[in-house]
Write a protein that binds this ligand. Sequence first.
Ligand code: COA
Length: 466
Amino acid sequence: MNSLKDLFHPRGIAVVGASKDPTKIGHIILKNIVEYGYKGGIYPVNPTVSEVMGLKSYPAVSTISDKVDVVVVSVPNVKVLDVIDDAGKAGVKHAVVIASGFKEVGNIELENELVRRARRYGMRVLGPNIFGYVYTPERLNATFGPRDVIPGNVAFITQSGALGIALMGSTILEGIGISAIVSVGNKSDIDDADLLEFFDEDPNTSVVLIYMEGVSDGKRFVNVASKISMRKPVVVIKSGRTEAGARAAASHTGSLAGNVLLYETAFKQGGVLSAKSVEEAFDFVKTLSWNPLPHGERVVVITNGGGAGVQASDTLADDGIHLEKPPQDFVEEVKKIVPPFASLANPVDLTGMAPEDWYYRSVKLAVQNPEIDAVLILYCHTALTSPVGVAKAVSKAIEEAGVSKPVSVAIIGGMEAYEAIRYLTSIRIPAYPTPERAAHALAAQLKYRRYREYLMKKEHLINKSS
Ligand code: COA
């Protein structure tokens, strides 16, 4: 059994420092746990009050007679060790330590003692210096971040607190469905590799996104990452790439950001997709979590604008994806739709006069064609068509094609284009405001496919020789 199972599927959860004061972090965490709908036992712990939010308050974790698997610790750093002793003696398995004031400010001995004490009781520590964690399959939101996270299949591990909380909000805005959000902070005990092992086995997670400042055991991370990457893609935003960034990371979570080249090589070995920015990472997550895995690399680009097609072709080429001539039977069918001056090489240019119906018919043909592995659809807003109309035509074509295939859509234009993107993302079709972003996100899926094949072959060879 995975050692983190009880963290994500606890029978009961205690919040130490659950205050009646709505501005205090302990209060907000308790409120989120209650209001997001967690169904296990919820136990506020605060010796100065008898109830919080209508729930009985306990003077100490050890006074709770029901089973408690997780204790969220929201009291100042100097009080944390006593709470660990009390909860440890009571048999609690996981301590989620919110408090700051440990390694990140030079209190290394306090942090080491925290882990030593927890180990004495067989307890694992998440944090310290974190905003908590979310696990949507259990309707558990034990954070002081936004409450209404959208349930889905993406697990998000973040070393940054405030940025992590903000990104939690961004996932809602971007329509990205979440299985888990885990704030790891100083990673005194539970780290990225432990969490990857859990998410590898977790049927509710199919993509993992990590915001990382540094790892202490790089070898183990690569080892675990290369195992999960055979089944599920892992995207990492590695911050502290520059000297200035590395300095900032050291004072933020006490991390050694390390040599950028070293990390890039390690990520490749582990089959990890590296993203330079939050925007790029979210773009990748959309194609990776909403599309099926591509069977090959034969991409067809459908566009109504030559320029958009050129930009997408360049981006794909930069990512190592080279466009080939589309299959002849597909070309013959599209010829029946478009005017004779349309260019039917790859990109397939439907011309600037293309109405919604041409998109519908050509996209459906492309998705249905067995010689095409992925379809990149580009639309430049013209006065002849409405972006939402084209988006609806594209979604109808994908739905009616009867085949599931990776797609990526760029809707380029103003406010109406933005609405069309919102419409497509609401039905889990990856859509972006530029041809470059749509192409790059699709290329990430193809890159992941290559990594996965490489790792699987490597494993096969190792198994054969042993
Ligand atoms: N057991 C249970 N409750 C206790 C306690 C104990 N041993 N000791 C104190 N409490 C109670 C307090 O009385 C208080 O309740 P009250 O409001 O009813 O009096 C409550 O726990 C909280 O304690 P308080 O001293 O008021 O702390 P706080 O809420 O102001 O701050 C932290 C606690 C952990 C939030 C703060 O110390 C901290 O570290 N903040 C930074 C957190 C952060 O940024 N983390 C990283 C995120 S990205």
